[in-house]
Design a protein around this ligand. Sequence first.
Ligand SMILES: [Zn+2]
Length: 415
Amino acid sequence: MLIKNGWVLTNRVEKKDVAIEGNTITELGKSLSGSEYIDASNHLVMPGLVNTHTHLAMTLLRGYADDVPLHEWLTEYIWPREMKLTPEDCYYGNLLGIVEMIRSGTTCFHDMYFHPDQAVKAVRDSGMRAVISCSLAEFGNRAHALDVLKTGLQFMKTIQNEPRIDTSFGPHSPLTCSPEYLLTVQDHARKLNKIVHIHLHEAADWIEKFSKSHGQTPIECLESSGFLGENVCAAHVVHATDKELDILKTHGVKVLHCPSSNLKLANGIAPVAKMIKKGVCVALGTDGAASNNTLDLFAEMRLMALLQKLHDPSAMTSGTAVKIATENGGSALKWNAGRIEKGFLADIILVDLKKACMTPGHDVLSNVVYAANSSAVDTVIIDGRIVMENGVLKTLHEDEIIEKAQEHAYDLVNR
Ligand SMILES: [Zn+2]
C-alpha cells in the first residue's frame, strides 16, 4: 500500500510518499509507484498518537461523578461501581473507548483495568494496538496478591505472540503494594522482558503518608529495593524533587504524563519540561475517562504544552510535544512505533489540512499542538490496516457500540 502526495512528518514536514508492506513502513520517497494507494493530498501524514496510561472501560463512568474530592470520588462513587462490573460491561466500555481513540488519532494504548481479557477481545475485534496490563494490588494480603499474580501470569501466557497485543504487569501503586511484593512482580517482568505499569507520586498526601511509614519517599524506596529499571512505566509523577528526577533518569524509568487527570483530581502539574531537560523519557496518557473526561490525545498534548508555559513560553516547543505524544510513547511501550521511518510499524494518521483549525499552514506542527482537534483526523492506519477512512470506521459498528455502551453504563450505575 502507498500513501501518496501527503505532507509527511519525519524530522521535518516534507511532501513525500510512504510505502507500506504488511504492517511495516518500507520506503519513503518521491513518486513511489504502486497500484493500491491512498491519496493524501492536502493531508499531514503523521505517526499515530500513543496513549500510554488509561483504564479504558472507565468510559462507562464518564461524567458519573465529577467535581468531588479524590477520596470521596473513589470511595463513594468509583469503587462501589467497579465492584459490580461484569466482563460484558468492560467489553463495551473498551470498545467505546477504542472508537473515541481511533477518531482522535490514537493508534496504540496501555491499559490497566478489571477483566483484561475483555480489553484483549476489544483490541482483537477493532484492529487497535495495545499493551494490556494485568492489574495487581496487595492491600496487606500477600497470599491473595500472589494468587492474583499467578492468574496474571497465566493470562499473559494465553496471549503470547498475538499480533498488535502485548501484556504488562500492572501493580497499582506503592501505596497498595509493599516493596517486597513489587520486587517479586519486577523479578517476573525482568525474566519475561515485560513492562511494569504503576501509579507513582500522583497525590501529595499519598506521598506524605508513605514517607511517614517507610522513612523514604516512594521513588527513594523503590530505588533502594532494586525495583526501578528501564522497564518501569510510572504514571503521573506529579511531585518529584530534583533528586528524585535524577533517580528516574539514572534507572531509565519512563514517565506517563496525564495532565488533565492531574488537574481534575487536584493533584497538580507535573514538572515535565524539567524532566525533559534532565533526559527523562516522558510519554503521554489520558488516564481513565472518569478522571479526564475525554480520551483525545490532541487535547492532552495541547494542555501539556500550555501548562509547562506557566512562567516561560519557550518551556516546551510544539516539536517536543508531538515527540512526547508519538515517538516517546512507542519507546515507553516497547513497540517499534511512533515514527514515520523505514522499518517502523505502519501506525499512521492522516490529518486534513483543509480544516478550519489547520488553516493557515504557517507552521503545521504548531497547528497540530495548539489548534487541531479530533475532527481533523481523517484516516487512521494501524499495523498497516486502514481502520478509519475519510472519517468512517472500517472495523467497528460505531452506532451499535455507542448504544450498547450506553445500556451497560446506565445498568451499572443502577445495579
Ligand atoms: Zn491511572
